[in-house]
Design a protein around this ligand. Structure first.
Ligand SMILES: [Zn+2]
Length: 132
């Protein structure tokens, strides 16, 4: 079972002490991995604004076309960051390899992706992801 008191990003601390500050703009993700985790939480929390804000302008979907999957049969269960490449405070580019577990129509599935991030003006942005 998924413990809903914990932040969806898998940090094992409460959402209020974790990704909430990113989602509310009180804190900036200092690494690509933190941004990745906060974006995953935003998917779980249906926070469309945060996802668009942290999407690089070159690949960001149109605000009117970007819809989160409101299918009640689909649910994200768990995020696991497998590895990162660069993406630290000192970098301007980084990759995060992760596996996300979801439940769809009563079945559990996994998706793996390598997400690319860039940092501009001190902020990390999501560029795109390649399925593994
Ligand atoms: Zn979190």
């Amino acid at each position: 079972m998924v413990d809903t008191s914990k932040c969806p990003c898998g940090s094992s601390i409460h959402y209020n002490d974790c990704c909430k500050a990113f989602h509310q703009g009180e804190k900036i993700a200092e690494t690509a991995e933190l941004l990745m985790r906060s974006r995953y939480s935003a998917y779980v929390k249906n926070n469309k604004d945060y996802l668009l804000e942290t999407w690089h302008v070159s690949t960001r979907p149109d605000v009117n076309e970007f819809e989160l999957d409101s299918n009640s049969e689909f649910r994200w269960l768990e995020l696991e960051v497998i590895k990162t490449e660069a993406g630290t405070e000192r970098d301007t580019e980084g990759f995060v390899y992760f596996q996300a577990t979801y439940r769809f129509q009563g079945k559990t599935g996994k998706m793996q992706e390598a997400s690319k991030f860039v940092k501009e003006d001190g902020k990390w942005f999501y560029i795109d992801g390649a399925s593994e």
